[in-house]
Design a protein. Structure first.
Length: 339
């Protein structure tokens, strides 16, 4: 029996560099980035800083390291930080926010999926108590919110959250691993979604298709300290321009994310027509409720349709390595066992 070719919707991290990206990597101008600034790495960092509307940026191997660097810079041991329930820094980074950065996490309940209110920030920040109570010093936002199915926070709502943080003396870190998706979905520049933040992390290896890498950004002074923390965490790179070149190619393709969003909507509509309980996707993540998660995921895998679990639901993620025809084929396979 010939098994069908797999269609991989587990994540937008499964993409593989295409020929243009591989050529750019092979031709990259490089230097030792620990001893001096690799020129291609420098070009990438400056371009990302410009896109995000901040002073400076630093390439890091992963979004988790980028977030950890920011939290380590912002928190003193025992400080409490706020984040929306289900945020990546709370649930998907092995507790490093507490273990290494020394922060005490405090989840904020959603007003809408993945989104919290300014009033909730003010209430949680609270006033200073006795000396033995926790100091709340940081608000971590996430846009898009992965655990809420790629939920988007628009600029006006973002501004209210930053304002509430400032009123209560909090710094703000933005986990923007999929900020590019939010930008495309809203039709606004990425910098419109970073206004007022102290630091921001964006990913190059998700929808943009680079094989590895993220960028953490903020003030020039922050990036000086971030470089030290990156080295402390084992994240110093040598001829990093080979990897940065892939990120530069990915940045040239930001508009391609719109196709991923369209494919996600098509997939969601098709699953709904087959009787699945599907949330309307805001970006490139489709969340589907099913009676038995493990059984469904196993059944999908037998069909050659790879998906993953998230928040008790089946998560499908569209990306540049699955096109409209692949979405149609996935729906055809699922229909073949649903009818």
């Amino acid at each position: 029996m010939t098994l069908p070719a797999p269609l991989d919707f587990r994540s937008d991290t499964v993409t593989r560099p295409d020929q243009d990206m591989r050529l750019a990597m092979s031709a990259a101008e490089v230097a030792d980035d620990v001893l001096e600034h690799d020129p291609t790495m420098k070009a990438l960092e400056e371009r990302v800083a410009d896109l995000l509307g901040v002073e400076a940026a630093l390439w890091v191997p992963s979004g988790s390291m980028g977030n950890l660097i920011a939290l380590t810079a912002h928190l003193r041991r025992g400080d409490r930080f706020l984040a929306p329930r289900g945020a990546h820094v709370l649930d998907n980074e092995l507790g490093t926010a507490a273990w290494i950065a020394g922060g005490m996490p405090h989840p904020l309940e959603w007003a809408e999926p993945g989104r919290v209110t300014a009033d909730a920030v003010r209430a949680a920040a609270g006033a200073d108590g006795p000396y033995y109570t926790l100091r709340t010093t940081l608000l971590c936002l996430e846009n898009t919110h992965n655990g809420a199915g790629g939920a988007v926070t628009p600029p006006d709502e973002h501004a209210l959250l930053v304002s509430a943080a400032r009123e209560t003396g909090l710094k703000v870190h933005l986990d923007g691993a999929r900020l590019w998706n939010a930008s495309i979905a809203l039709g606004v520049p990425p910098a419109a979604l970073t206004v007022g933040v102290d630091t921001v992390q964006v990913c190059l290896s998700k929808g943009l298709g680079a094989p590895v890498g993220s960028v953490v950004a903020g003030t020039a002074a922050f990036v000086v300290e971030a470089r030290r923390i990156r080295k402390m965490l084992g994240g110093g790179v040598r001829q990093g321009g080979v990897l940065a070149a892939a990120g530069l190619v990915g940045l040239d393709r930001l508009d391609d994310l719109a196709a991923d969003h369209a494919n996600a909507r098509t997939l969601a509509r098709g699953l709904a027509e087959l009787g699945w309980q599907v949330d309307e996707p805001a970006t490139n993540i489709v969340m589907a409720g099913v009676p038995d998660l493990d059984v469904t995921l196993t059944g999908l895998r037998h069909l050659g349709v790879f998906a993953g679990p998230m928040a008790g639901k089946v998560r499908f993620v569209t990306h540049r390595d699955v096109n409209a025809a692949d979405v149609a084929e996935a729906l055809r396979r699922i229909q073949s066992v649903s009818s």
